[in-house]
Design a protein around this ligand. Structure first.
Ligand SMILES: [Zn+2]
Length: 208
C-alpha cells in the first residue's frame, strides 16, 4: 500500500482527525512521524522512511513552531524531498503544505509543490483530500489535477512555483509568507476548494 509521510506537531491533536477520515476511505496510508518517538539516530530513520513514501504532507498547526526540534526536523524532511528522485523526470518529491483556514500559521517552507488551505469542518474538503490520496494509490501525481492552479510567487526574492488547490483572491505565499494576489484575470477551474473568506492573505508582523 502506498504511504504518505505526514509531518506535524503532536500537540496539534485535532489535525489527524481530519486527515484520518479521508485516509480511512482509501488504500493509501498516512505515516505520522514525530521526532519524540523516532528510532535513533533520527536523521537516518527519517531518511529511510521517506524513501518508501510517495509524498510528504506538511500540516501546519498552531504548535508547529512550538519547539526548534519540530521546526528543524521538518526543514530536514523538506530538504530530503527536494533531493529525492521519486518523481520521474524531476529530482523532487511532492511536498504538500496544508493550512487550516481557521488557523493560519507563520511557517515559511523553502520548497513545496502543492498548497491547500482547507476547512476541517467542511465535508467537501475531506472528499478532496480523499481524491488526492486516491491518486497516490494509483501512482499518479495530483498537482496535475485540473482543480489545481499553477502559481509562481510574484515576489522577486522568492518566485517559488507550486499548485494552489483553494480558490483565493489573496493568500500568504507558503514559502516567503508575503501576501500573494492575482495580477491578471485568472480563469478558475470548476471545482477547487472554497473557504468562507477568499481574501485569506494578511500581513504577518515583521514580514516585508
Ligand atoms: Zn513567495
Amino acid at each position: 500500500m502506498p504511504s504518505i509521510f505526514v509531518t506535524h506537531s503532536r500537540y496539534d491533536t485535532a489535525i489527524p482527525t481530519f486527515f484520518d477520515k479521508a485516509a480511512s476511505m482509501v488504500e493509501t496510508s498516512l505515516l505520522y512521524v514525530e521526532w519524540e518517538e523516532l528510532i535513533t539516530p533520527p536523521w537516518k530513520y527519517i531518511r529511510d522512511k521517506l524513501k518508501d513514501c510517495e509524498a510528504i504532507f506538511i500540516i501546519k498547526g498552531p504548535n508547529i513552531t512550538r519547539n526548534l526540534y519540530t521546526s528543524n526536523w521538518i526543514s530536514y524532511e523538506i530538504g530530503l524531498a527536494a533531493h529525492s528522485n521519486k518523481r520521474t523526470g524531476s529530482g523532487e518529491m511532492d511536498v504538500w503544505v496544508f493550512e487550516s483556514s481557521q488557523n493560519p500559521v507563520f511557517f515559511p517552507v523553502p520548497f513545496l509543490t502543492d498548497y491547500v488551505v482547507y476547512d476541517p469542518d467542511d465535508p467537501n474538503h475531506i472528499q478532496y483530500l480523499r481524491y488526492i490520496l486516491e491518486g497516490y494509490n494509483e501512482r499518479k501525481y495530483h498537482h496535475k489535477l485540473p482543480e489545481a492552479i499553477s502559481v509562481t510567487c510574484g515576489h522577486n526574492t522568492c518566485q517559488v512555483e507550486y499548485y494552489l488547490h483553494t480558490l483565493l483572491k489573496s493568500w500568504n505565499c507558503p514559502s516567503c509568507q508575503r501576501i500573494s494576489q492575482w495580477t491578471d484575470d485568472v480563469s478558475y477551474p470548476d471545482q477547487p476548494l472554497r473557504i468562507s473568506n477568499e481574501m485569506y492573505g494578511f500581513d504577518y508582523p515583521g514580514v516585508v
